[in-house]
Design a protein around this ligand. Structure first.
Ligand SMILES: Cc1cc2nc3c(=O)[nH]c(=O)nc-3n(C[C@H](O)[C@H](O)[C@H](O)COP(=O)(O)OP(=O)(O)OC[C@H]3O[C@@H](n4cnc5c(N)ncnc54)[C@H](O)[C@@H]3O)c2cc1C
Length: 412
């Protein structure tokens, strides 16, 4: 099996290079050779012995990650993380994403990781003690409950779920769906509309709701891509929680969600780059081996075109993401770049994986390779976290605003 070929980049900060190399070492030595054992044991037909072996392997990899100082890159050391800065974390993602699922072995599991960051930034000391600490210690699980069946997720101002004050409690009513990790979660960070001043965006509040609160009901896990999932539909029917369960000040929910999504989009795109990198390696390797119609696939110009176009897609996606990450890190306004990469990178990812599947033929859509899962992930990304159309509107709006102000666009 091919290994990920990562070397230090001369223009990068030495610490970022060190993190990339350490991550690649774990991915290449500990994860790639064991991929089948690590994840295959989760399938229905797996024996208890195989499951136990997989658990043991996963714990062993986690220990190595901790020893390398790479555990939970999104958390500061006082919460058990490695405290990487934004750029270090972004660059780490493209390496660990080379193996689908590796992020969980590095302590990054959505939606817990996003919730941890929100609790870290907006939580009171009391909330951190009660929810963040057990979440980081793996003693609790969580979900993020924002999207609703009866309102457009791509327009957060349309959220219908409400929380009204009654004495020292919030009373919550509404219906959510696609709340990931719903079955396992011990609590949800719920986005809802609260009374008060301000326009729609200024009325959104995030409230912590323990799953066992009376009135909260998990209706079902929604089937996704033909499989059972833990993306849950949940009803909140006169659910009462103390006022102090609000995260941040009332009305700050929209701002907090945007922040979560902003940095999150860069991390997701670096993950996509790592997965494209893997799909590319698989495709090229296969092209050098498979004989068809009197020659190796690599000698056919159609396939050479796949290789060239995929190279271009990956480089463009990678540089676009790094450009945005550097702008964010430098305190610039990255909003237009975030929207651009949120459109371009998942689409490029989809194209690269699509070509890799084509080159592999039937094996490409089988469970023997990670390509089918990548393909579904890439397609889903085009509508989750803000669909393509909304980001196109935002780019055009930002660009036109500049020109109306008498300026032109600075691509630097
Ligand atoms: C696997 C998975 C996991 C998820 N996990 C979570 C989670 O943990 N928590 C959570 O809260 N949500 C989650 N989501 C939901 C996700 O964030 C939403 O699906 C997404 O925000 C889009 O919202 P929607 O589905 O309501 O689509 P809608 O908002 O109804 O949009 C549908 C389509 O309308 C079009 N559209 C929208 N706006 C415009 C416009 N202005 N102009 C032109 N066309 C437009 C776009 O093509 C868009 O795809 C998850 C979704 C999936 C698939």
């Amino acid at each position: 099996m091919l290994q990920m070929n990562v070397k230090p980049v001369p223009t990068l900060d030495p610490r970022i290079n060190e993190i990339r190399m350490l991550t690649a070492q774990i991915v290449n030595k500990e994860i790639l050779p064991n991929e089948r054992k690590l994840w295959g044991a989760r399938s229905e037909g797996a024996t208890e012995e195989q499951r136990a072996e997989a658990r043991g392997l996963r714990e062993a990899v986690k220990d190595k990650v901790k020893k390398a100082g790479l555990w939970a890159p999104h958390l500061p050391p006082e919460y058990g993380g490695s405290g990487l800065n934004f750029l270090e974390h972004a660059y780490m993602n493209e390496i660990l994403a080379y193996s689908m699922g590796a992020a969980s072995l590095f302590g990054v599991v959505a939606p817990n990781s996003g919730n941890q960051k929100i609790l870290l930034k907006y939580g009171t000391e009391e909330q951190k003690k009660k929810w963040l600490v057990p979440l980081t210690e793996g003693k609790m699980e969580s979900g993020f409950s924002m999207t609703e069946p009866e309102s457009a997720g791509s327009d957060p101002r349309s959220i219908k779920t409400t929380a009204r004050r009654d004495g020292d409690q919030w009373v919550i009513n509404g219906r959510k769906w696609f709340t990931s990790n719903g079955f396992r979660a011990d609590f949800f960070i719920l986005m809802c509309r609260t009374e008060g001043a301000g326009k729609d965006n200024g009325r959104m509040t995030q409230i912590i709701v323990p799953k066992d609160t009376p009135g909260l009901k998990i209706v079902r896990g929604i089937e996704v891509w033909g499989r059972h999932s833990d993306h849950c539909e949940i009803t909140y029917d006169d659910v009462r929680v103390p006022l102090e369960n609000a995260l941040g000040r009332a009305g700050s929910g929209h701002e907090a969600a945007q922040e979560r999504l902003g940095a999150g989009r860069v991390y997701h795109c670096m993950n996509s780059v790592g997965q494209m990198w893997r799909a590319f390696d698989l495709m090229v390797e296969r092209a050098t081996m498979r004989e068809v119609h009197g020659g190796k696939l690599e000698t056919k110009q159609f396939i050479q075109g796949f290789i060239a176009d995929s190279y271009i897609d990956i480089q463009a996606a990678r540089l676009m993401t790094i450009h945005c990450a550097e702008k964010m890190d430098g305190g610039g306004d990255p909003r237009t770049d975030i929207s651009a990469l949120k459109i371009f990178v998942p689409a490029a990812y989809e194209r690269v994986v699509d070509r890799a599947i084509q080159v592999w033929g039937a094996a490409g859509v089988s469970g023997d390779l990670p390509l089918a899962a990548m393909y579904q992930g890439a397609r889903t990304l085009r509508l989750a976290d803000g669909p393509d159309e909304v980001h196109r509107i935002l780019i055009a709006k930002n660009v036109l605003t500049r020109y109306h102000a008498g300026e032109s666009w600075d691509f630097g």
